[in-house]
Design a binder for this molecule. Structure first.
Ligand code: C5P
Length: 287
């Protein structure tokens, strides 16, 4: 049996790091938004005496072994459900990796969704989300998609309806930053994170509701853009090409511009080599 899932990239429309936790992770306030730039994940599974997992990556140098989040997703799913199966995951890669677009998390989430559907939903949505949270901070959001305010490490989610938007995304070729390094830079930049007293929360909501995109914010920009001249230049370029807003996503270094129409997005993208034109993607349907 086989099932194909679309694995959407995510953008952070708002990302603040509000504290460092005893477990070494950070508490966030983040508005995540899925977009139609996507990988395609096809999962083939059949019951077997012994479990065996193969991950095939198309158009990607990422290895398909135990370091791959799709592999880890299949392994964790079989362990959690006690199912013994031969699983093959084929990932057609389009989302640039190590760019803040959540590509690995999207493939991980798509593998979990596909396996749960193929085996007639042995895991409830809650169980799937908590399994996802063990695999990566962004995975719970990537299981659901749409637009959500994500708190804690990212696993506490509130649906956050927003208008559909048109985006252009560009990734600087030589300025990839590993996520732990980006967090270490933030730790070094602050004496201590702001205490979350609820004021931030309120501000966030009023920004998005009353002022459209004026509230878009990414705490990582302050530490990543000064050392990423290409990303900083792309951000300015988007604004000069008529974007309503432009920002880096996640811990970088992909940058996105928000445009009023598909036409204006396409027009801007013509000027930027390797840019992706995409739009808001809806939440995933299904159980
Ligand atoms: O959870 P994930 O594997 O995506 O996290 C990658 C790294 O990013 C972690 O090892 C940690 O250094 C950092 N991180 C963090 N706080 C978060 C999410 C990620 O410190 N909420």
């Amino acid at each position: 049996m086989e099932r194909t899932e679309v694995a959407y990239a995510k953008l952070n429309l708002y990302l603040d790091v509000v504290g460092k936790r005893p477990d070494g992770f950070h508490d966030l306030k983040s508005v995540m938004h899925t977009v139609t730039l996507a990988d395609t994940v096809t999962v083939n599974a059949k019951l077997a005496d012994y479990s065996c997992i193969t991950v095939e990556m198309i158009d990607s140098d990422i290895p398909g072994d135990e370091r791959n989040l799709a592999y880890l997703a299949a392994e964790a799913f079989l362990e959690e459900t006690g199912i013994s199966a031969a699983v093959t995951v084929r990932v057609e890669k389009r989302i640039p990796d190590r760019a803040g677009l959540g590509g690995g998390s999207a493939d991980c989430a798509a593998t979990l969704r596909a396996l749960n559907a193929l085996f007639a939903y042995p895991l409830s949505k809650e169980a799937l989300l908590s399994l996802g949270a063990r695999l990566g901070s962004d995975v719970p959001f990537c299981i659901l998609g749409g637009t959500r305010l994500c708190e804690g490490r990212g696993e506490k989610m509130t649906a956050y309806p927003m208008e559909d938007m048109h985006f252009v995304i560009a990734v600087p070729e030589d300025e990839r930053v590993e996520t732990p390094k980006a967090y270490a830079l933030l730790d070094g930049a602050f004496d201590g994170y702001k205490n979350d007293d609820g004021a931030l929360h309120e501000m966030l909501f009023s920004f998005f509701e009353e002022d459209g995109l004026d509230g878009i914010y990414n705490a990582f920009e302050g530490v990543i853009l000064p050392m990423s001249p290409q990303a900083a230049a792309l951000r300015s370029r988007f604004i000069s090409l008529g974007a309503r807003a432009a920002m880096m996503t996640g811990s970088g270094t992909a940058v996105f511009g928000v445009f009023d129409s598909e036409e204006s997005a396409r027009y801007a993208a013509e000027d930027i080599e390797g840019a992706f034109v995409c739009e808001s993607a809806p939440p995933y349907e299904g159980k």
